[in-house]
Design a protein around this ligand. Structure first.
Ligand code: 7PM
Length: 283
């Protein structure tokens, strides 16, 4: 097992994650195209049921996202994003025993969801929007900083790196320093290489292969590769046929030291993670 160099207790609001063992984060999309074709309440109930099923299947975090990061997706207003995310954060906080992560880059959303019971801020833009560092600092919650270049709308336009792993490491180190300068303690930071964000297939594969070197940054890693196009491209599989590829990468990420794997297929991934943990804990 990759030795960890950081304290393994991550306080997430009212809960604490023990990062000495790997965790499964279940993905919950609350964009209109995901759950709510039957109207607002139908969407809300379906989302809550899906969250409950993921917790029962072994997710210790649920990542709630209200702004689609899909390339070409329409930007939503902060009000619209909050209207999507807030009710479901409130309901999960009331009903389920799980850390609620909120996938947002919007300062007003960060402040409000923290009040409603969120335990982690997951920002694919690494708190680079105006006011995001201050808002995240004010919440007192841990933050996940993810590597990306540009915006989801243009990030896949011919990305270029001399050394993708070194450049991702340098970016994350710089964002971590910006956080510390803004009053977000190092101990509150989780890092993410950002698979599929401004990276070609080769970039994703090389970065994955050398993921261990990001341990030098001294903070826990979150990895999101579930159903992503890097799997589709290697295996020639459509998005609905990427389970085995996703499980292979989740297993490899955990072996390479990832503390949190962000996935759609929680039950299957939880079995993979529990099996690896059993072997790693044997002596
Ligand atoms: C379209 C494109 C739809 C990309 C969904 C996505 C990550 C994340 C996402 C990740 C962290 C997806 C992505 N990916 N947050 N949010 N790390 N921290 O495939 O890899 O889920 S959205």
């Amino acid at each position: 097992m990759t030795d960890v160099l950081y304290p393994t207790r991550l306080p997430c609001g009212s809960r604490v994650l023990d990062l000495a063992r790997p965790h499964v984060m279940g993905i919950l999309n609350v964009t209109p195209d995901s759950f709510s074709d039957g109207g607002r309440y139908a969407g809300h109930d379906a989302a809550l049921r899906h969250a409950a099923a993921m917790v029962a299947a072994g997710a210790t975090l649920i990542d709630v996202g209200g702004e689609s990061t899909r390339p070409g997706a329409r930007l939503v207003s902060p009000t619209e994003e909050l209207e999507r995310v807030a009710p479901i954060v409130e309901a999960i906080a009331r009903e389920l025993d799980v850390v609620i992560s909120v996938d947002t880059s919007t300062p007003a959303v960060m402040r409000e969801v923290a009040r409603l019971g969120a335990g982690l801020i997951n920002d694919v833009r690494s708190l680079q929007r105006d006011g995001a560092l201050d808002a995240a600092a004010a919440t007192g919650l841990p933050v996940c900083l993810m590597h990306m270049r540009g915006e989801p709308q243009n990030m896949q336009d011919n990305p270029h790196y001399a050394d993708v792993t070194l450049e991702v490491e340098a970016f994350l180190a710089a964002r971590m320093e910006a956080c510390v300068a803004a009053g977000i303690e190092r101990e509150r930071i989780v890092l993410d290489p950002g698979f599929g964000f401004a990276k070609s297939l080769e970039h994703n594969l090389v970065l994955f292969k050398h993921m261990e070197s990001l341990a030098r940054l001294g903070r826990p890693l979150l990895v999101g590769v579930s159903r992503k196009s890097m799997i589709g491209k290697v295996l020639g599989r459509e998005v609905g046929e990427r389970l085995y590829g996703s499980l292979a990468l989740a297993a490899l990420a955990v072996v390479k030291g990832a503390c949190i794997v962000r996935v759609h297929d929680v039950a299957e991934t939880a079995d993979v993670v529990r099996m690896i943990t059993a072997v790693q804990q044997a002596d």
